[in-house]
Ligand binder design. Sequence first.
Ligand SMILES: Cc1cc2nc3c(=O)[nH]c(=O)nc-3n(C[C@H](O)[C@H](O)[C@H](O)COP(=O)(O)OP(=O)(O)OC[C@H]3O[C@@H](n4cnc5c(N)ncnc54)[C@H](O)[C@@H]3O)c2cc1C
Length: 316
Amino acid sequence: MTQSEYDVVVVGGGPAGLQAALTIGRVHRSVLLLDAGTYRNDPTDHLHNFITRDGTPPAQFRAEAHRELATYDTVTVRSEAVATVAPTGDNAAGDGFTVTLASGTQVLGRRVLLATGVRDTLPTTPGLADLFGSVVAHCPFCHGHEYAGGHVAVLGNGPHASRLALLVAPIASRVSVLTDTGPLDAPTVSLLEGAGIFVRDGAVTGVAAADSGARVSFADGDDEEVIGMFVTTALHQAAPFADQLGLALLPSGGIEVDMMGRTSLPGVYAAGDLAYVAALPMAFASVLTAAAAGMAAGAACVGDLLMIDHPAPVMA
Ligand SMILES: Cc1cc2nc3c(=O)[nH]c(=O)nc-3n(C[C@H](O)[C@H](O)[C@H](O)COP(=O)(O)OP(=O)(O)OC[C@H]3O[C@@H](n4cnc5c(N)ncnc54)[C@H](O)[C@@H]3O)c2cc1C
């Protein structure tokens, strides 16, 4: 094995990739983790809903992970972006993949584990993006308790907005659905109002920081102050490797994997927000579940290498 060849190359250094590297390193397989340095939760200062880590700054979470990985001799972490991933030969037989970094350097991975995550596209309402991750959130399990006892708005008129409003209702003192681009149908209005949720029609023209939250402006000249606001974001792959490798995708654009993170291409694994099993409606996108998926996919990579290196019937 040359110096630039690894049992596994992990692309991505969020919770999924970090945990995968730990799992692989703990059985002394060589693993290279490559991290471009941008993370889905960059907009927020604290991560929640991870037992023992509730309220931890994401940068602190990653720094602790790096300290732990540094104690394993077979784990290498590099802060570099990857440009391409391509099969080198017969990947089913273990020939592996050529991973080309943005700098042009190439490394070889007998297995590749993609953990590059997704990115959020927000509604285009002026001012919204500046407040995303603090006053504006997308997931009540991540940020919701922080708005307890206040007036919370939900922007949108689709089924997801109604679901968000019902989810937030026990936390907030008042919940308003701001339909913005068009009215809700009568049964939905009746359902929401029956649950004590206010429905406000009319275009939202902007959102700006206020003393304890945000001020929402409407096209009719009125405005309302809220402590927090929920939006639905559109998700897209953060990196082009699924397309480069021709991996099977789910209708949402997520990479289809099995329970162990195997993609449609032998030797390529995926873990974290970018991938999920077809039985789920969407990725269970959280720090804890991304790490859990990284552990499963990391262990599966190791199992895969055992089968290739020791193809005796006892291993079948
Ligand atoms: C505003 C906000 C707040 C959130 N708050 C919470 C919360 O409180 N609790 C919670 O559980 N979840 C929270 N989440 C969700 C959580 O951030 C994700 O579920 C989690 O980060 C997914 O981890 P991941 O490893 O799949 O991807 P990411 O954390 O996005 O990591 C992706 C990694 O891939 C790397 N990468 C991408 N492209 C390349 C490339 N070309 N080359 C090399 N590396 C590359 C990136 O640099 C990064 O290291 C929040 C999300 C958002 C948007």
